[in-house]
Design a protein around this ligand. Structure first.
Ligand code: FAD
Length: 416
């Protein structure tokens, strides 16, 4: 390899891909390109702590010395808008960047909404550090905040800004929070605790239009005609994958850049990882595109191995977390399609877990403030161990013993 590996996108996936290439022993050139003018940073704190704390600093994914120390040619502030597939190079203003292998780690961006008034100052969404800085600044001048979208990010922001003393209203089109991402019992629990914090939640409602004064948003008018005062409106209605670069190059797209179990796109020298990549999940057989730090970093690790000639397929257990007020939500597995569940712990104590089953097979676990259940769940699903609902009902100690027994009798499978 002469031109080495070029990675487009310096977020969670891109940085991990660069790190893993070196960890796996790759000694050719590695170029990491990102459009933001920042040292790559952790995104999760942006909605949880950063926006309420004027002193908070971004948390770098790796220190500056990591890039120079590992001969990773990090190029910030560069936007790539064309891949010349035939010549195996990226076109940038003032030249071209050739590659032997290309990793697309372009992530996703907030979904936009067509709304009268959406262009007003004070109407924002949250994806990047620049967005978070803007929200933090606007929040100091905003007594009333309206958030459109009751998904993870919208609710994290709602809890964070409420804790910072803002009057917050969440407007959600569906009749429940958190879409189909979590079980109804968890969504209802989250709603109850946010209510108790003083966050106003309107479900089955949307925003019909926004009003402004002097170019700055001043109110959101709901679909039921209510006028909600707002000096800041945050649109949190999900994300769309950044696929345009790949699409224009003729790479196959399907709710993301389609990749196989080795993270290779329809052009095998070009791999895709993270929020931008969609694939058939080994665990459920469903086509998915997951938006989580775990998915981004595990896929990036595998992409590096693929580039180095290994043929192991993607088989990481999916997990995710979200901090909403005093709730640490942790999810492991993919729970869609479950037909029964077992509850451990007490919702009233704000500590419980839901074990989801399809038939007798454990699909996944959703936990609220029960991190030990989550960690044990990762071990169980990673080992291919599916405890019966009766075993789960017997409690964590019995489960740990059952897992240990399983690993003793089926070590090969458990280690896989
Ligand atoms: P990103 O991290 O988005 O990185 C992609 C990068 O590529 C971006 O910098 C983008 O600007 C750049 N780029 C795109 N196109 C180009 C181009 N053509 N040229 C140059 N650069 C380009 N996940 C969790 O698991 N738990 C959480 O609690 C959690 N909280 C979150 C909170 C917030 C506020 C946000 C925004 C996300 C959160 N996530 C969380 C999701 C998680 O951050 C993402 O799943 C993860 O960042 C995906 O990594 P990625 O590298 O695929 O994309």
């Amino acid at each position: 390899m002469r031109n080495g590996v070029v990675i487009v996108g310096a977020g969670h996936a891109g940085v991990q891909a660069a790190a893993s290439l070196r960890e796996e022993g790759y000694d050719g050139p590695v170029i990491l390109i990102g459009d933001e003018n920042e040292l790559p940073y952790h995104k999760p704190p942006l909605s949880k702590t950063f926006i309420k704390d004027a002193e908070a600093k971004p948390q770098p994914l790796r220190g500056e010395a990591f890039y120079s120390g590992n001969a990773i040619d990090f190029r910030p502030g560069v936007w790539i808008d064309r891949i010349d597939i035939g010549a195996r190079r990226l076109e940038v203003s003032g030249g071209a960047i050739p590659f032997d292998r290309l990793v697309l780690a372009t992530g996703s961006r907030p979904r936009l909404i067509k709304l009268d008034g959406a262009e007003l100052a004070g109407v924002v969404s949250l994806r990047s550090l620049a967005d978070a800085r803007l929200i933090r600044e606007l929040s100091t001048e905003s007594e009333d905040v309206v958030i459109l979208g009751g998904g993870f990010i919208g609710l994290e922001i709602a809890a964070t800004l409420r804790a910072a003393g803002r009057k917050v209203t969440v407007v959600e089109a569906l009749d429940r929070l958190l879409g189909r991402a979590v079980a109804p019992v968890i969504a209802a629990h989250v709603r109850q605790r946010l209510d108790a914090m003083g966050v106003r939640i309107l479900t089955g409602t949307t925003i019909a239009r926004l009003e402004g004064e002097g170019g700055r948003v001043s109110a959101a008018i709901t679909s039921s005609g209510e006028r909600l005062a707002a000096q800041m409106v945050i649109i949190g209605i999900g994300v769309v994958p950044n696929v345009e670069l790949a699409e224009a190059a003729g790479i196959v797209i399907g709710n993301g850049i389609r990749v196989d179990q080795h993270m290779q796109s329809s052009i095998p020298e070009i791999l895709a990882v993270g929020d931008a990549a969609s694939y058939r999940h080994w665990f459920t057989g469903a086509d998915v595109r997951l938006e989580s730090v775990q998915n981004a970093t595990d896929q990036a690790r595998l992409a590096a191995r693929t580039i180095l000639g290994h043929a192991d397929p993607f088989s990481a257990v999916p997990w995710f977390w979200s901090d909403i007020g005093d709730m640490k939500l942790q999810m492991v597995g993919l729970t869609q399609g479950g037909d029964s569940h077992v509850v451990l712990g007490e919702p009233a104590e704000n500590k419980f877990s839901i074990y989801h089953y399809t038939g007798n097979r454990l699909l996944g676990i959703e936990s609220v403030n029960r991190p030990a259940d989550h960690m044990l769940g990762r071990k169980m699903l990673g080992a291919g161990f599916s405890p019966s609902p009766q075993m789960v009902a017997a409690g964590p100690d019995a489960l740990k013993a059952a897992l240990a027994g399983f690993q003793t009798t089926e070590p090969a499978k458990a280690d896989a």
